[in-house]
Design a binder for this molecule. Structure first.
Ligand SMILES: *Cc1c(COP(=O)(O)O)cnc(C)c1O
Length: 355
């Protein structure tokens, strides 16, 4: 019953098999191989546009490189106060941009609102010599609190950003889960909604370690080959990244994986909703669930072998009462590899401890 994260599981069988198959024979190095070229073609097909895409090993590298391409060292990057780039990347965006400043915007359930963005932009007008200059907006889809921006919400934020003359980045570590949730086309959730550059995650959804930085206007990507190389993310055996991305995208494999992960989370959330002593501060919209549980239930679940993380309750931004003295706030994450039997057992233990 491991619900700690979607990266505690291994890779999907198809992707692992593709890596093994790519092992045979000789191949050009540093991303000039046929696998990487085919991956780029498939990304163009999936996004219905000629993109400039770059494969890297981690989501942190994808985010930091994407931001380095659009923000100068004296730039301001607007993001949610709890975002991964702000909290979980050890200063990589600041380092890769050469010193750009991240400006955190609070917002309910992990989302930046239009009003929040307008206020933040108003504090950093262009041309004030002693302040960082507005450079980019970065939003996460799925958000760090498991919620999903609608395409309309993305478009509304992007419009404000573009009016202010800044680029829009999407941290799509869970892009596939968001897409499966909204049931729209990749183009609609990205460039058609105003996204300029996307960190397109694959690792959490079944790859071994592969993410793409995708620029919808290739001109914006002019410096990326050099930025990637100097960051140590131009893999000499780049074919293995290409092979992962091909297997991920072909035959809709990525969407099948994400649909499975989301369905598991929905089943878990529906079961938890039926237990009166459990409350959830916002709905489960992809593959993550946040819930306040009685400590008694938490202990029983852990004694039975369940694994998950306690989470910081976002006081300002939640839609339910904070955990009381004998309660705990937790995050549960499902993946394509979650077993239905584990969900059933988790819910059985929780229900029996939850009256
Ligand atoms: C996991 C994650 C990333 C990428 O993290 P890495 O560990 O560097 O691969 C980026 N953004 C979000 C929102 C994530 O959850």
């Amino acid at each position: 019953m491991n619900f700690a994260s979607d990266n505690t599981t291994g890779a999907s069988r198809a992707i692992l098999a593709a890596v093994t198959a790519a092992n045979a024979g000789q191949s050009a190095a540093y991303g000039k191989d046929d696998f990487s070229k085919k991956a780029a073609r498939l990304l163009n097909e999936v996004f219905e546009r000629e993109c400039a895409s770059f494969l890297v090993n981690t989501g942190t590298a994808a985010n930091a490189l994407a931001l380095a391409a659009v923000a100068p060292p004296f730039g301001a990057i607007f993001c949610h106060a709890d975002s991964h780039i702000m909290e979980d990347e050890c200063g990589a965006p600041e380092m890769f941009t050469g010193g750009a400043k991240l400006i955190g915007i609070p917002g309910e359930a992990g989302k930046i609102t239009r009003a929040g963005l307008v206020t933040a932009l108003s504090r950093y007008p262009r041309g004030i010599e002693k302040q960082v200059q507005p450079a980019a907006l970065s939003i996460s889809q799925v958000t760090e609190l498991g919620t999903v921006y609608s395409c309309g919400e993305v478009a509304a934020l992007a419009e404000i950003a573009h009016e202010a003359g800044i680029k829009v980045h999407m941290d799509g570590a869970r892009f596939a889960n968001a897409l499966a949730s909204l049931q729209c086309r990749p183009a609609e959730m990205s460039w058609k909604a105003g996204i300029d550059v996307l960190s397109f995650g694959a690792t959490k959804n079944g790859a071994l370690g592969c993410e793409a930085v995708i620029f919808f206007d290739p001109a914006t990507a002019a410096n990326l080959p050099y930025l990637r190389k100097r960051s140590g993310h131009t893999l000499s055996k780049g074919r293995f990244l290409g092979a992962q991305m091909i297997a991920y995208l072909e035959k809709g494999h990525w969407l099948d994986l994400a649909k499975a992960a989301n369905a598991h989370a929905r089943a878990l959330a529906e079961g938890l909703t039926k237990i009166p002593s459990v409350r959830m501060p916002w709905p489960c919209e992809a593959n993550e669930i946040f819930a306040v549980l009685p400590c008694k239930m938490d202990s029983r679940l852990k004694a039975e072998g369940a694994v998950y993380y306690e989470w910081n309750f976002p006081e300002r931004d939640a839609g339910c009462a904070p955990p009381g003295q004998d309660e705990i706030f937790v995050r549960l994450v499902t993946s394509f590899a979650t077993r239905k039997t584990d969900i059933d057992r988790f819910l059985a233990v929780a229900s029996s401890a939850g009256i």
